[in-house]
Design a protein around this ligand. Structure first.
Ligand SMILES: NC(=O)c1ccc[n+]([C@@H]2O[C@H](COP(=O)([O-])OP(=O)(O)OC[C@H]3O[C@@H](n4cnc5c(N)ncnc54)[C@H](OP(=O)(O)O)[C@@H]3O)[C@@H](O)[C@H]2O)c1
Length: 267
């Protein structure tokens, strides 16, 4: 693995560093990070023994691959010397809504640029990240991208125009699941259960159902039908979901998030 420098040392950078170290993909001395001045790099370095050199040149000079992991709104505030200091290097951005064309303005001399959209379960190595690249990745760079994004969980390549829909589905998707989980818990309370018991039932139902879908590879509609007996309890519940057009609502939700991603990616 090449040496990797992180511009940003917050939640996502930490998750990638943790994954790379836990999977023994590289030793801490091959990783380095910098922050915007609030001490996150020093904290990450103290916890994981990765480097946190003072100064941008020291950070970028010895690295072959740069992971851009600051907030999207902090992109414009990066030290302009990054343009020269990333010449000939691979740049991997996880910034939401920042297109390859915009990244290419900030890193005009990078040998290639990858734009990735991770999601929050990546913080525990259970995420899914979709990514696209400016130019076709050479084999070695593809392996580097696979390793870095693999530290967050599963990864897959898409085209750049698909990334807005990816954002609407898997990028924002954890929030829909969290909202569903909270709704299920509250509904259990409304049905007469204590809150802690309702929460445990809701959480384990979601976890178990997700595992069952993943393990069997069976379509969710088939699994749904298998637990639905005619005029039974599940049937009564599903009738209510259908009456309120649950599927239509979820479709609207993903389309709204996709449209917002398109809007935010325009600048
Ligand atoms: N969280 C997610 O699940 C998720 C999902 C999809 C995409 N993303 C993307 O991941 C990126 C990082 O998110 P996060 O949650 O990890 O953010 P975060 O915890 O706020 O971390 C941001 C990091 O960037 C650093 N930073 C700020 N200005 C900088 C500069 N000029 N140069 C170098 N570093 C600078 C901050 O340092 P200081 O605070 O110490 O100044 C901090 O270490 C975002 O762009 C977001 O769009 C996150």
């Amino acid at each position: 693995m090449p040496k990797i420098a992180f511009l940003g040392a917050g939640r996502m950078a930490s998750a990638i560093v943790d994954g790379l170290l836990a999977q023994k993909i590289c030793p801490p001395e091959d990783l380095a990070c910098a922050d915007g001045g609030d001490g996150t790099a020093a904290a990450l370095a103290a916890r994981t023994r990765v480097n946190a050199p003072a100064g941008l040149s020291a950070l970028l000079a010895s690295a072959d691959t740069i992971v851009l992991a600051c907030k999207p709104q902090q992109l414009g505030g990066l030290d302009p010397r990054v343009a020269e200091l990333t010449a000939g290097k691979l740049v991997l951005s996880i910034l939401a809504g920042k297109r390859l064309a915009r990244l290419a303005q900030v890193f005009p001399r990078a040998r290639n640029i990858v734009r990735a959209m991770p999601n929050t379960p990546g913080q525990i190595g259970a995420g899914i990240t979709a990514w696209c690249s400016l130019h076709l990745l050479v084999r070695a760079d593809r392996a580097t991208v696979d390793a870095i994004l693999g530290a967050l969980g599963t990864e897959l390549s898409v085209t750049e125009p698909q990334l807005d829909a990816v954002t609407g589905l898997s990028g924002s998707g954890p929030a829909y699941v969290f909202e569903f989980a909270g709704s299920l818990r509250d509904a259990g309370v409304a049905a007469g259960l204590p809150r802690d018991i309702a929460w445990k039932l809701a959480l384990e139902t979601i976890l178990g159902s997700a595992r069952l879908m993943a393990r069997t590879g069976t379509e969710p509609e088939t699994l749904r039908d298998q637990v639905t007996s005619p005029n039974g309890t599940t049937y009564a519940g599903l009738q209510r979901l259908a009456a309120r057009d649950f599927r239509g609502l979820i479709k609207e939700t993903v389309l709204a998030a996709t449209a917002r991603s398109e809007e935010l990616s325009r600048d």
